[in-house]
Structure formats: structure tokens, C-alpha cells
Design a protein around this ligand. Sequence first.
Ligand SMILES: *Cc1c(COP(=O)(O)O)cnc(C)c1O
Length: 385
Amino acid sequence: MALNYDEIVRKYEKYIFQTYTRQPIAIKKACGAVVTDVNGKEYIDCVAGIAVNNVGHCHPAVVDAIKRQAEQLIHVSNLYYTEKQALLAEELSKLAMLDRVFFCNSGTEAVEGALKLARKASGKKEFIATEHAFHGRTRGALSVTHKEKYRKPFEPLAPAVFVPYNDADAIRAAINENTAGVILEPMQGEGGVIIPSDGYLKEVRKICDEKDTLLILDEVQTGFGRTGKWFAKEHSGIIPDIMTTAKAMGGGFPMGAMLAREEVAANFVRGDHASTFGGNSLACAAALANIEVIKKEKLVKRSEELGDYLIKKLEGLKKDYVKEIRGKGLMVGMELSIKCEDIVNKAREQGVLLNCTSESVLRFVPPLTITKEQLDTAVSVLNEI
Ligand SMILES: *Cc1c(COP(=O)(O)O)cnc(C)c1O
């Protein structure tokens, strides 16, 4: 017998670390942009697992690839060569325009790899990061994550300096003889969907070149079509020295990667870094199918078009509490003059899942496969609220 909502919650309360604030629904299944809870209630999903389910929930091509791979080979470790990892590395290297790939299982793990690589390549220890940056929860990634509340209890962390986002001169001024690298999100996600001005990343690239400092771009959230490009760096035309990605990489399957230019990548030699599960056959099969779906269904273009559509619709809302609407592709933030928790709760009651970040920013990161009608419904629910 399937557990009901109360039974599920009781087990969570008894057995699971209480580190998350969860919405009061238990989800049973999902398809495309629709999620169904254990009571059979359906929701239009504008969260998509936090920018994970770019191809929609349980895309049949991803499900099929996982099924077929699971019957053939799930895991053997990186002691051996496997076909799917080889194919995915080639594909990803081309899409990201970077030479080499290290596979891992999450965003924070990709960032750990990037920081280690930058330290080894530069022979230096300190990172420059930006205010409101989010790079993950493990020690290295946490040391370049800005929020004091996340960092404070775990200090001392690795040395890092924070400068304002979207201020290239601040980076220029902060780089010194101890700087191992600069780490940035091309668009800030958790920080409140913050888009830098045109030219910022280009300028940062130029500064890093002049000062011979490594540039790490964290595309964990912005990858795989989310912002209307394969990776958000394409909006600026720059190539970083090191890049991280994860969230949407495996079509919902846990998967991450760190990529680098050849000269930088060459600093990691056998034994310098490893991950037991990194690039296992099941994850790689899911990621390959995911990439194929994004190509076949032209989801990168769709993200751009639907993003523009959504922003226009949101701009048509009553303006009472709206401070600003901003976004690129289907990564859209609506900053309010009030906290957005109540709105998230009311929307959920009316069948729309929304996410709130930085307390007052409603974040829309739906599947890139969502229909205009589904977006219309979500916006009209919001309008009523
Ligand atoms: C989510 C996120 C991370 C952390 O990813 P996890 O898979 O949760 O470890 C890192 N960087 C950015 C930009 C993110 O959005």
C-alpha cells in the first residue's frame, strides 16, 4: 500500500535531517511540465527541480535511454573505459567549447574540482568571488558562496574575497599575487536572478588575461538551454578557463561536469582528482539522451522565445508589488517589494509550483518544453493572487 501524505511526512520528521524547508505536498509522479501529488492533485511546474528538468519530467527519450542502459551496464568505476562516457565527453566538449571534461555528480562537486584545478594550475590559494554568489555547500564551494548564514558556522573556510557583482573594476582591484582565480556565475541564480550588464563578462575576461588569472564560470544553473543559449557564456562570447555545470545535465539524473582549456586541464595529472560515480554509464546515457532531446526539439531556441513571452506576460500583471522583472530565456525573476512566501503558498494551492529566492524574488525556471497555455495559466493564477 502506498503511503499517504501524513505517513510520508512523519517518516521525514523522524528519520531525515531537518535541513530543508519543504512545501507541504508529497509528489508522486510528473510528466512534461505537470507534477502530480499523492492525492492526485496536479500542478504546473515553474520550478522544474530548480532548473533541472529542462526537457520536462520523465521525457520518454531519457526514460528509454536509462532503461536500456540499466539493463546493460550501470557502473564500473573509472578504473575502466566505457563507451557512453567517451561519447558524452566529446559532445559536451563541443557544446561548451572547452577541451577537456571531468565528470562528477553535482554542482558543488564540479565547483570543488574547478577550485582544486585553479589552485594547482596557478600555484596560488585565494579566490575572488562575487556578492550574492552561490556555488554550493561543500567546503570549497562554500568558501566562495556569499551568504554569511551559510558560511559562518563552518569557518575557517578557504581564503576568498567578495567583490560586488557586475563591477569589473572591483575584480581588477582585488586581483593580487595570491589570487588563484576569479569565480562567477554568468547570471546569478540563487542570488535573485541577476543579469550583469552587457560587456561585464568580456571585461572580466580581459582583466583576467591581462593579470594572468584564471577565470572560472559556474554554469551549474544556466546550462543546457536554460537562458536561451546552450550555456549563458555565449551571451557574452567569452570562453572561460574553467567551467562547471550540473543541474540540467542528466535530464533529471544526478550529473555534473567540470571543463577546462587544454593548458589548464594539463595541470591535473593522474591521481590529482577522482570521483567513484563520476561519469558512470547510467548517468552518461541519461545525459546523452538529454542533449539529443534539447537538439531535436530545438529547446534552446524555444527557451529564448518562451522567455520573452513570459516576461511580456509578467509585465502585463498588476504592478502593485512588482519592483522589477528580469531574465534571459526561461530563467526569469520577478522582484517584489514584499516577501514572496505567501504568493508561493497561494499559487501552490491553486495548482502552480513557483520558487522564491533571496526572499523577495519569484523565480521562474520551468521545463523548456512548457506550453504557452501552461505559462498563461501560471501567470493568470499569479495575477489573481
Ligand atoms: C545549484 C548550484 C550549485 C550547487 O549545485 P548542487 O548540485 O546543489 O551541489 C552551484 N552553483 C550554482 C550556480 C548553482 O545554481
